[in-house]
Ligand binder design. Structure first.
Ligand SMILES: C[S@@+](CC[C@H](N)C(=O)[O-])C[C@H]1O[C@@H](n2cnc3c(N)ncnc32)[C@H](O)[C@@H]1O
Length: 270
């Protein structure tokens, strides 16, 4: 477990996760993404619901043993390890945070998956990989931190013909309250669900699925708040930093995510 550091003014995505990551791990899970529940009668825990969401994306990748999958914005590696275990594929996770590379690499070593799962620092908007290097690309709740057209073009470039891109995006609250010009966040931006067919087509990909899963992910916000309240004392004792301080430094992204929706996008390279 690492200790949080403050996000400097104008801080980067990497600063944001250095600050919020340790709190997310304690209050939520090592999966840094939304949970997926079938409805009010679904009693899955946060761990189960976040793994479930991973499984729903993994099945859409359609990969198997020997395939090479790129996990764009891999967090601390939990989805990549689950993907490799479930499919037998080789997975390379990239993130813009050196700290996450370190944590994810250590987790893969402990899980004895280092022969098939690796992590490296790389910017998804300028990837250091050859064209057509991967059979499939996963981007789980990471493209909201990127310039979408640039990131999608890069994903299309490194993908083999016939390969699939499977991603989730955070969508604006349906009440129209999201105002990009009022959001000082440098770390996240939202786009409407209706923009996705155009984004995919402009990147040279063919859209296979666009599903609004907001009804399934909407419990994420209140469960995360519950988690933060539950671990508050333990977090502050362990890290010597107040939870409020962490939330203040991360607040550029939190108000939007708290009432945001979620979409699954699947596309392939012709
Ligand atoms: C919400 S987390 C999701 C992590 C992981 N996919 C998961 O589901 O647990 C967003 C991730 O995107 C990464 N990220 C954001 N911008 C990036 C960029 N330009 N290049 C590579 N990774 C980036 C962050 O470092 C972080 O790992």
């Amino acid at each position: 477990m690492t200790s949080p550091s403050a996000v400097p003014p104008g801080g980067t995505v990497s600063d944001y996760y250095s600050s919020l990551g340790p709190l997310l791990q304690m209050a939520w899970d090592d999966n840094f993404h939304f949970g997926y529940w079938d409805g009010p009668s679904d009693t899955r825990s946060v761990r189960e619901a976040t793994d479930r969401f991973t499984d729903l994306l993994v099945e859409r990748l359609r990969v198997g043993p020997g395939d090479r999958v790129l996990d764009v914005g891999c967090g601390i590696g939990k989805p990549a390890m689950r993907l490799a275990s479930a499919t037998g594929a080789h997975v390379l996770g990239i993130t813009i945070s050196e700290l996450q590379v370190k944590q994810a690499t250590e987790s893969a070593r402990l899980a004895e998956l280092s022969d098939r799962v690796a992590f490296q620092y790389a910017d998804a908007m300028a990837m250091p990989f050859d064209d057509a290097a991967f059979h499939a690309v996963l981007a789980f709740e990471s493209i909201n931190h990127m310039d979408r057209p640039t990131a999608l073009r890069e994903m299309a470039r490194v993908l083999r013909p016939g390969g699939r891109v499977v991603l989730t995006d955070v969508t604006p609250p349906s009440d129209g309250s999201y105002r990009p010009e009022h959001d000082p966040a440098v770390v996240t931006s939202l786009t409407r669900l209706e923009d996705w067919p155009g984004l995919v087509g402009d990147a040279g990909l063919v859209l296979d699925e666009l599903t609004d899963v907001t009804e399934n992910t909407k419990d994420t916000a209140h469960r995360m708040i519950d988690g933060i309240l539950r671990c508050r004392r333990e977090f502050e004792a362990r890290h010597g930093v107040s939870v409020q301080e962490v939330l203040n430094t991360a607040k550029s992204a939190l108000p939007t995510v708290a009432s945001a929706g979620c979409a699954i996008v699947v596309a392939h390279k012709p």
